[in-house]
Design a protein around this ligand. Sequence first.
Ligand SMILES: Nc1ncnc2c1ncn2[C@@H]1O[C@H](COP(=O)(O)OP(=O)(O)OP(=O)(O)O)[C@@H](O)[C@H]1O
Ligand SMILES: [Mg+2]
Length: 289
Amino acid sequence: MGQGTEFGLVDLEEVETPGDEWEEINVSETEADRIARKRDRKFEQFEERIKDADQFKVEQSVFDDATLAALYKLVQDGYVEAFGGPLSTGKEANVYLAQGDGREVAVKIYRINASNFRQMRDYLEGDPRFEGLGGKKKDVVLAWTKKELANLERAKAAGVRVPEPLATERNVLVMEYIGNAEGRAKRLGEVHIENPQTAYEVMREYMRRLYSAGLIHGDLSEYNVIFDEGQLVIIDLGQAVTVHHPNSREFLERDCRNVANFFSRQGLEVTEDELLEFVTDPEPDPSGE
Ligand SMILES: Nc1ncnc2c1ncn2[C@@H]1O[C@H](COP(=O)(O)OP(=O)(O)OP(=O)(O)O)[C@@H](O)[C@H]1O
Ligand SMILES: [Mg+2]
């Protein structure tokens, strides 16, 4: 990682062309579904404990048996040791702080009964990774969770600072927790930015790197970028699509508009078009070929 770089632009690694790792996405019955069906005594005890835990009381609806079984499996596999409080409760997903293997982690739990399920389908349709996925809500949400993990891995490999993805189980994603003793890292829209020009330059470089790796975030704005110890961290990559998606251009333009508008409000003279050009313009080939 670049030492002491303002806004912490991270170093680049080699990236393969998009496509290959995504063929592995499989939404057949998960280990969590089997655990929920078998209901052995240890699982029942775990379930009781979680249902009684204060931080989950208000959110019972998120935790159907199979979701609890997914949490149980993540505990068994050592990704999570104990659950902490909620970091965010949203329409599609809730995010919890948890103690992981030697460090804190963020656990994002997608709701199977997501209210904007239709919108999820729009992002998945046209993505070669999800061809043949039926209309079952559960399968769509499971695919979505795996997609977020795959997208985070791809973004990380492309040199974009994102929470490190650690595991998925059914509709649950475990990732690096971004925050400190004072709590979760603030969203870009929640902090005062000392040097908007540098922040903008890092942002557009990350957008370009994502694009070069074949990915478009699709919901990029000051709400999905967090600010941690001088670094910008891009989050919420569930909906990110590949450049092959039929609406990818529209998503990219919208991302550029949101980011340009945000930085204009910070006093910079930036436009959507200029950003779009930067993001999509390939770097000059130094070999001149
Ligand atoms: N890895 C993380 N570390 C710290 N905080 C996180 C992490 N991931 C998410 N958060 C917090 O949780 C919030 C919601 O996460 P995210 O944007 O991924 O979910 P979402 O799908 O947008 O949920 P919503 O339905 O609320 O829109 C973020 O704005 C951020 O404050
Ligand atoms: Mg979000």
